[in-house]
Design a protein around this ligand. Structure first.
Ligand code: NAD
Ligand code: AOT
Length: 312
């Protein structure tokens, strides 16, 4: 099985390393020249659960893609803003059989993917794995995680189940979900609270969880997501989702993780995915005539911070 990781930053590197360690034919594709050149020169370096390892995985720039060999599976791990361009660039690697798996955070990526890929080959999901990009060619990976996925096209359930077992063979702990829109909204509630709040407050998830107002803020934001989700046929169990979000405060599991939005904005002064998370809820709220004041403000505050820090 020829696997392409399209977007090989923090998470793409994690999945690339785990699938490579699992004995698979993996190639990384990325658009950041310094990162790609560092991997070509020195291998991909990872602190993997405390152990320093170097993995030699083939890697190429998006601009170096040629059509010689088609992929069986492409796993998308760009940031949301980079997804459309990546799909355009990987076109030469796609045959009629190529399956595409999208595990990006945020809501509505299927609308972008459907422009390029036939529905029966699209698989969408979300992941509770985490990863950090330390610098070009170097990642830090700790903790455990999981993947939930489902087919977008009708009649592809068996393919989705096979894909989940295939990922699990490399330790990725993947499961087929028969209600992936619920899972995506549930994970979006984690990002709609942790990513923006840890970035605005410049803390990790444990530190945010230790503040007195944390619980009330989480409940209010999750309720805004749930009200919008209901208009899209997704009936979130707010109490369960709040518990799920708050489980991220645990310092012994993933509480010490600085969310990817923090890594983008605070560490690297890069633009964020806020418009695909809280911003998506604000837009949908307007469409359905639902007030989403917390999501509106959190989106605006992140955009303020992008401006203040000169993010690009
Ligand atoms: P990432 O920013 O590490 O990588 C995405 C792309 O940005 C890559 O092409 C990378 O090379 C490029 N990039 C990274 N740093 C750069 C820099 N300083 N200069 C120029 N280019 C740079 O993204 P990620 O954290 O792997 O996230 C991918 C997707 O997975 C996102 O949708 C994210 O929300 C989601 N996600 C992330 C985590 C996490 O812990 N990082 C966990 C779950 C889901
Ligand atoms: C995360 N983090 O999704 C993952 O950093 O964007 C991110 C992200 C799993 C559980 C909690 C947070």
């Amino acid at each position: 099985m020829k696997i392409i990781i399209a977007g090989a930053g923090a998470m793409g590197s994690r999945f690339g390393i785990m699938l490579h360690k699992g004995g698979n034919d993996v190639t990384l594709v990325d658009g950041w020249p310094d990162h790609v050149n560092a991997i070509k020169k020195n291998g991909l370096k990872a602190n993997f659960n405390g152990e320093n390892i170097t993995v030699n995985i083939p890697v190429m720039l998006q601009s170096e893609i040629n059509s010689s060999e088609k992929a069986d599976l492409i796993i998308l791990f760009t940031k949301a803003m980079q997804l459309d361009k990546m799909l355009q660039d990987v076109k030469p690697l796609i045959s009629k059989q190529t399956k595409i798996l999208c595990l990006l955070n945020g809501i509505g990526h299927e609308d972008t993917i459907e422009k390029y890929i036939p529905m029966e080959n699209i698989f969408i999901g979300n992941t509770m794995w985490t990863a950090g990009l330390i610098g070009p060619g170097q990642v830090k990976l700790f903790g455990n995680g999981s993947v939930e996925l489902q087919n977008l096209g009708q009649g592809q359930e068996n393919s989705a189940k096979k894909l989940a077992s295939f990922l699990s063979e490399s330790g990725l702990n993947a499961k087929y979900s028969d209600n992936i829109h619920y899972s995506i909204y549930r994970k979006a509630c984690v990002n709609g609270t942790m990513n923006c709040l840890c970035s605005i407050l410049e803390v990790n998830m444990t530190n945010f969880g230790a503040t007195k107002p944390a619980h009330d803020i989480v409940v209010t934001v999750v309720n805004e997501f749930a009200t919008v989700a209901k208009h899209e046929g997704v009936d979130l169990d707010v109490k369960e989702v709040v518990e799920h979000v708050e489980s991220c405060f645990n310092p012994d599991t993933i509480g010490k993780h600085f969310p990817s939005m923090y890594q983008d904005l605070i560490t690297n002064h890069r633009l964020t995915e806020i418009d695909y998370i809280n911003g998506a809820i604000s837009r949908k709220g307007k469409k359905y005539n639902i007030a989403t004041p917390y999501c509106d403000l959190l989106t605006q505050l992140i955009h303020c911070k992008e401006d203040i820090l000169g993010a690009n």
